[in-house]
Design a protein around this ligand. Structure first.
Ligand SMILES: *Cc1c(COP(=O)(O)O)cnc(C)c1O
Length: 359
């Protein structure tokens, strides 16, 4: 036996730069969890029932082709079924997108701050993250993102609206950007919060993808549909991108519970719309109240609001925890607060009001 055995298996050095996931402090039983952009509502009508039926056969593997859901999505978006690829959450699909396009030496561009998963899945693939700072107005700096393109660029994430700021990119700007990106670079338009959009000048990624072979749209059932715990999301992309996604996906990665719950959710659209609208109304109420308190609040098109608190971020988050609401701090930058139950939102507003007086 060689003397090196005691050192253990050699792991890829590229993993060293990846932060280890630290689970958030568990919210006490009576605290409101406004830290993960989850849907505060109970399952939509028919969804729990569908999941319970599916649970009766979880000794079996799920439908690997995800046939019923794929057919339903294809009809709904008027796209070929071959253009749809599902996965364990849209993060799972995003990971497949990166591993389908980028490896060591390749670059993945995204705005920053944006969705935390982007740099992680890029590094897991061994590729190099290229974060491009948001503008002072918390917008994607699309010109700077274009300028960051090199011969090694393989994929660009565009998070629309952006997590954690909620700011959305409008049609003219996004079209101009897409027209300027070389056709051999995949642009992934992540629309995790699409259902919460109310700005009509923000384009539907599905319309943008139709005549652009290098554009892929990411959607999820985790946020508006309330299936975060079941792990299911999907991409709409042209061949050969969609085929590559099916090749790189974890086999049987989407459970039958998730598949059947997603189908039932799509069929409960009316109830979904009522809930989403209530959250949008609540979002407007929070923004108005925060503006009245004197905060600068960008126009969020998602199910959260963003407060840029800089050095006071951690302190603010601690004040929220003490008051009974768990928010999401990004130390040194700001706090993202998900729109939740009215009672939780009210506690957050009261905490923000008191804190504002100390600034
Ligand atoms: C929450 C979120 C997702 C969805 O993640 P799932 O894996 O589908 O739960 C994807 N993109 C962004 C920007 C998000 O905020």
């Amino acid at each position: 036996m060689s003397g090196t055995a005691a050192q253990g298996p050699r792991l890829r050095p590229s993993l060293d730069g990846i932060p280890t996931y630290r689970p958030g402090k568990p919210a006490g039983a009576d605290a409101f969890k406004l830290s993960s952009n989850e849907n505060p509502y109970e399952p939509l009508p028919g969804v729990l029932e569908a999941a319970v039926v599916a649970a009766g056969s979880f000794n079996r593997y799920p439908d690997m082709a995800v046939g019923e859901l794929t057919a339903e999505l294809a009809r709904r978006f008027d796209v070929p079924a071959e253009h749809i690829a599902t996965g364990p959450g849209s993060v799972g699909v995003a990971q497949s997108l990166v591993s389908s396009t980028a490896g060591p030496g390749d670059e993945v561009i995204f705005a920053w701050r944006s969705f935390e998963a982007y740099p992680i899945i890029t590094q897991v693939a061994g590729a190099t993250p290229v974060p491009v700072p948001l503008t002072a107005g918390e917008e994607h700096d699309l010109d700077a993102m274009l300028a960051a393109i090199t011969p090694r660029t393989r994929l660009i994430f565009v998070c629309n609206p952006n997590n954690p700021t909620g700011v959305a990119i409008r049609r003219d700007e996004l079209v101009r950007f897409l027209d300027a990106v070389p056709g051999d670079i995949l642009v992934v338009v992540d629309e995790a919060y699409r259902e919460f959009l109310r700005d009509e000048q923000v384009p539907d990624g599905v319309e943008l993808y139709r005549d652009r072979p290098n554009v892929c749209v990411l959607r999820t059932f985790s946020k508006a549909y309330g299936l975060a715990g079941l792990r299911i999301g999907f991409a709409i992309a042209h061949e050969p991108v969609a085929t590559a996604l099916r090749k790189t996906a974890v086999p049987f990665g989407v459970s039958q519970l998730a598949q059947d719950a997603a189908v039932a959710s799509l069929r409960a659209e009316d109830a979904l719309m009522v809930r989403v609208e209530a959250l949008v109304v609540e979002r407007a109420r929070l923004r108005e109240a925060l503006l009245a308190q004197g905060w600068t609040v960008v126009d969020s098109q998602a199910n959260f609001v963003w407060l840029r608190l800089g050095e006071r971020t951690t302190e603010f988050a601690e004040a929220c925890t003490a008051a009974g609401v768990i928010v999401r701090p990004f130390p040194g930058e700001g706090v993202r607060v998900s729109i939740g139950e009215v009672a939780g939102n009210d506690i957050f507003l009261a905490t923000a009001e008191a804190f504002r007086k100390t600034l």
